[in-house]
Ligand binder design. Structure first.
Ligand SMILES: Cc1ncc(COP(=O)(O)O)c(C=O)c1O
Length: 387
């Protein structure tokens, strides 16, 4: 059983892989071994061996996401990466950043903070639900583009709504319009095939601690070579005016960040190896099929309007069902405390969603249990159907 290869509590029906991933034992072991090695000889590790491992990890990650190792730097999390970009981006008064109303709240806040400082505008374009097609999405999105738009910021897979967005088309059109593209791919590596170079976004941010199953605190920031010159590091350290410069100023600037435990970065090659060994292409596509199958079953039973077509263009390993209730936290607490089901109940603007994730270790029994539980809670009037 693949679930035995994870550290997850077997008492919990775990249907929220999307929030924080979960580590296979073999990856967590590797992570802890690096931490032990660090503590056995901190100086050797920090100055020499750890640096070599980091270089190797960066190479493995670059090969996995399809870019040159000198264009990607490992960072703590997507928040760190987006903060780096938002702080460094040269914004003028009146400039606009075009985004959607489906972005992750912390990223919205980051952009609003820096836009306010610069007198720029963060334009969260309203996407009409239910989304009928890619074309409709793209029309809604580009309707928000004006002569002041300088940048596109958008999720590749959204958080609360769990939707795959047509990022290839957006990057292509943004290039045609001369706009900078910044893609929040927190949920993508490990859930969708990713070829950063082919996508040709200017900036691509991904988490290794979600669907790649790395330990918490492993993520990446990719910046296209010709854009690297304006990307100041969030933290200035030895990499600036480096006494031993590498061939990439981008790596020098962003990789040195004072004393820290970077063992989570070093575990990333073990995640890649774990996926390879377990035929993750097949696993992932099975999980996507199951997500789609169960999304349809929920839709038939509960009679909601799906927020997007239930197809592999929009749905990966997460599906969000629209519901109506006053207090999302209450339903979340009932599901966890009374039924031991870990599944998030999210608010996105005025809409509320239950989002299930389907990962390798999930089964039809897990889904049936969620299905029966929700059916019973709905019949008791705990929530109504939305959409
Ligand atoms: C779409 C999206 N972007 C960014 C983030 C931020 O990730 P982190 O909290 O690891 O920085 C998340 C977290 O769930 C997310 O879903």
């Amino acid at each position: 059983m693949i679930k035995d290869q994870f550290l997850l509590d077997p008492a919990i029906t775990y249907l929220n892989f999307g929030s924080f991933g979960a580590c296979p034992k073999i990856v967590f072991d590797a992570y802890q071994k690096f931490q032990l090695e660090l503590e056995r000889q901190p100086v050797q590790f920090m100055m020499h061996t750890g640096m070599k491992y980091l270089n190797d990890a960066q190479g493995a990650l670059a090969a996995y996401i399809g870019c040159d190792a000198n264009d990607v730097v490992m960072v703590m999390n997507p928040s760190y990466a987006i903060n780096t970009i938002a702080k460094a981006l040269p914004l003028n008064k009146g400039d606009e950043i075009l985004t959607t109303n489906l972005e992750y709240g912390a990223m919205d806040r980051t952009w609003r903070y820096y836009c306010e400082k610069a007198g720029a505008k963060y334009v969260a374009q309203q996407i009409t639900f239910p989304i009928q097609s890619k074309e409709q999405f793209l029309n809604d999105f580009w309707d928000g583009c004006t002569a002041q738009t300088k940048v596109v910021f958008i999720s590749h897979i959204t958080s609360a709504t769990g939707l795959i967005l047509p990022i290839e088309e957006i990057c292509r059109e943004a290039r045609r319009r001369g706009l900078l593209t910044i893609i929040d791919g927190a949920h993508v590596p490990g859930q969708l095939p990713l070829d950063v170079a082919a996508l040709d976004a200017d900036v691509y941010v991904g988490a290794c601690h979600k669907w790649m199953m790395g330990p918490k605190g492993a993520s990446f920031l990719f910046v296209k070579r010709e854009q690297q010159h304006w990307v100041d590091p969030l933290l200035i350290s030895w990499g600036f005016q480096s006494e031993a410069p590498s061939e990439s100023t981008f790596i020098d600037y962003h990789q040195t960040a004072g004393t820290r435990d970077f063992s989570s970065f070093l575990a990333v090659p073990f995640c890649i190896e774990f996926m390879k060994k377990n035929n993750w292409e097949l696993v992932r596509s099975h999980c996507q099929k199951k997500t789609i199958e169960w999304a349809n079953r929920f839709k038939v039973e509960f009679g909601f309007q799906s927020i997007a077509p239930i197809t592999d263009s929009f749905i990966g390993q997460m599906y969000s069902m629209p519901i109506k209730l006053e207090n999302p936290d209450l339903l979340k607490a009932i599901l966890y405390d009374q039924y031991q089901i870990e599944v998030p109940v999210f608010k996105n603007q005025k809409d509320v969603f239950i989002r299930f994730s389907y990962q390798a270790f999930n089964t039809d029994e897990d889904m049936q249990y969620l299905f029966d539980t929700l059916k019973s809670l709905k019949s008791k009037g705990i929530f109504e159907i939305g959409g």
